[in-house]
Design a protein around this ligand. Structure first.
Ligand SMILES: *[C@@H]1O[C@H](CO)[C@@H](O)[C@H](O)[C@H]1NC(C)=O
Ligand SMILES: *[C@@H]1O[C@H](CO)[C@@H](O)[C@H](O)[C@H]1NC(C)=O
Ligand SMILES: *[C@@H]1O[C@H](CO)[C@@H](O)[C@H](O)[C@H]1NC(C)=O
Ligand SMILES: *[C@@H]1O[C@H](CO)[C@@H](O)[C@H](O)[C@H]1NC(C)=O
Ligand SMILES: *[C@@H]1O[C@H](CO)[C@@H](O)[C@H](O)[C@H]1NC(C)=O
Length: 521
């Protein structure tokens, strides 16, 4: 079995884990134990909705009713499934599921969510259980992907901003203990995007909840992120593209991408359509300007369009103050970037601004601008911002934090992850965070996954789990770090077609072409 790179340590772990289990565990009927759980569990503020024993290779119905979430889920390995909800206040509750695999290695795993969701992450429940974690995922305090449930319900916002993951940890660990008859050994967290922010928030606010946190492409500095995305789309004419000379039709974005690559692909020494370090790319969109009064056609841009690009690829400022990093040159090549540049305010940002900040279902985005950020910063619903570098409590109790960010992320600027790293380093007064916090920047990867780069390294599930080895699987690498003190210097990714691998470097090391491969220096 090739579960981690450190086989001996792993086998010892496995052995001790099973030794600690009750001696009759393997003889017990896990189905019976599971089904009895419903009447045995008495947890604070918590109602058990349903307990079932699920054989491996099953398809099950999901918990929520919103059609914005998937209606069914796959269960790969046999497990005990506990569906429950916990009242967090009189006006809010978190719905969640614990998936407790028959073959448990003593580890607990909490899961994050995406966007403004609302949807239990069933794919990751399956992934965690298959890797032998007792895994818990929640609906983040509301059902469905949209932000309408936030309207006039500050406690629902609190669940979203910080409380749902804490409930997963507090209640989930007790459910796992009741089922296995012993407490968990180490607790982990996995999430990306909003999930990355939730993991960061957990480390800041509840530093004892998790021993290891894997927080991808974190949506930290959340209000500024929402504002930046809104301003990016405003730059190209949202919400009234038809009347905006700055609107760039989708076909012309192909021209922009070609020109970005034309100017910057070679900087890293390899013409492969991947810009290793977007911050080294000083993209000049003026070269796309139509000359001699030529009309806009399929190969050149008007002045207002070029000016829009200049705004997009510059850091966002407000009265000379930095607000948010610039859009990564190259990220526009991600086909999903149309979400931002299609002339509409992206729905996550739209919903947050309307329902969580201004409480106005008729909010008019035609006048949206920097003055709205001032209000958003002041209200900071639920303390959502998540931009505080004081991770000392998490560090001091031995917590390990792993984070990664795709350099072709079309939704969250990868520069924000460098910025957060630097904030933590400044706050803690240590230039290197290597002993507890490591950031991996992934060239050619989109938002959390995908893209032309070597973007599969176990970060999000079976689909991204190229090899079940900690050198290639960042979740297993986190386990090795927490339990074996094995520090990861690099993580190896595989392209989505499985054809190529590339070693990814931890910040501030850089990825350098040595003539035959990319190495870290
Ligand atoms: C949770 O809240 C609901 C609605 O207020 C209430 O009916 C239920 O009894 C509460 N459950 C627990 C376990 O507190
Ligand atoms: C249970 O509910 C009470 C009152 O709403 C709250 O103060 C307490 O923190 C809750 N406990 C948990 C574990 O959520
Ligand atoms: C990796 O582990 C998962 C879960 O245990 C398993 O389903 C999958 O077949 C394994 N893949 C490889 C390449 O070993
Ligand atoms: C588009 O404009 C460019 C520069 O103004 C010009 O060189 C090119 O011929 C034009 N293409 C078409 C199809 O009109
Ligand atoms: C929106 O409502 C919340 C309470 O739910 C309040 O804190 C906030 O200040 C309101 N926003 C504005 C712009 O008044």
């Amino acid at each position: 079995m090739n579960f981690t790179g450190i086989t001996l340590q792993f086998l010892t772990k496995l052995l001790t884990t099973f030794l600690f289990l009750p001696s009759d565990w393997s003889l017990r009927d896990q189905r019976t134990t599971c089904l009895s759980l419903g009447s045995r569990l008495h947890l604070e503020n918590t109602t058990i909705i349903h307990v079932s024993y699920v054989p491996g290779g099953s398809k099950v119905h999901t918990l929520g009713t919103s059609r914005t979430c998937a209606p069914t889920a796959i269960v790969t390995v046999p497990l005990c499934r506990v569906q429950f909800f916990t009242n967090t206040t009189d006006t809010s509750s978190v719905h969640a599921e614990a998936w407790l695999p028959d073959e448990w290695y003593g580890r607990f795993l909490g899961l994050g969510n995406g966007g403004l969701g609302g949807c239990i992450d069933y794919n990751r429940l399956d992934y965690g259980a298959a890797l032998h974690f007792a895994t818990v995922g929640s609906d983040n305090g509301h059902d469905g992907a949209g932000g309408l449930p936030f309207l006039g319900r500050p406690e629902v916002i609190n669940d979203f901003a910080f409380r749902a993951i804490h409930i997963e940890a507090v209640i989930g660990k007790q459910i796992a203990e009741a089922y296995y008859g012993q407490p968990h050994d180490k607790a982990y967290y996995l999430g990306c995007s909003t999930g990355g922010r939730q993991g960061t928030q957990a480390a800041l606010k509840y530093p004892a909840d998790f021993d290891g946190i894997l927080a991808g492409a974190p949506a930290t500095d959340f209000n500024h992120l929402v504002h930046w995305v809104a301003m990016l789309s405003r730059s190209t004419g949202a919400p009234t593209p038809a009347s905006s000379p700055a609107y760039i039709p989708l076909r012309l974005w192909k021209v922009v991408t070609e020109e970005v690559l034309n100017q910057c692909d070679a900087i890293d020494g390899v013409l492969d359509g991947i810009i290793t370090e977007p911050d080294a790319c000083d993209f000049r969109p003026q070269s796309l300007l139509c000359y001699g009064g030529a009309g806009v056609n399929d190969t050149c841009l008007s002045l207002p369009q070029v000016e829009a690009l200049q705004r997009i690829y510059s850091p966002l400022q407000l009265n000379g103050r930095f607000v948010y990093p610039r859009y990564d040159p190259g990220a526009e090549g991600n086909p999903e970037s149309i979400e931002i540049f299609n002339g509409q305010i992206p729905s996550n940002g739209e919903d947050w601004i309307k329902y969580a900040v201004f409480n106005d279902t008729e909010f008019d985005f035609r006048n949206y601008g920097n003055e709205h950020l001032v209000v958003m910063d002041k209200i900071n619903p639920g303390g959502i911002s998540t931009f505080d570098g004081d991770l000392s409590a998490f560090r001091d109790r031995g917590g390990k934090f792993l984070t990664y960010h795709g350099r072709m992320d079309h939704l969250i600027a990868s520069g924000n992850s460098k910025r957060f790293y630097d904030l933590v380093a400044d706050t803690l007064g240590t230039p290197s965070l290597d002993d507890f916090y490591r950031l991996f920047l992934i060239p050619g990867m989109g938002h959390c996954l995908g893209g032309p780069g070597a973007s599969n390294f176990g970060q999000l599930g079976a689909g991204t789990n190229a090899v079940n080895q900690s050198s290639h699987n960042i979740l297993l690498a986190l386990v090795d770090w927490v339990e074996g003190g094995v520090e990861l210097d690099t993580i190896t990714g595989t392209t989505t077609d499985g054809a190529h691998t590339r070693v990814h470097c931890r910040y501030p090391a850089t990825s350098v072409w040595d003539g035959s491969a990319f190495v870290c220096s």
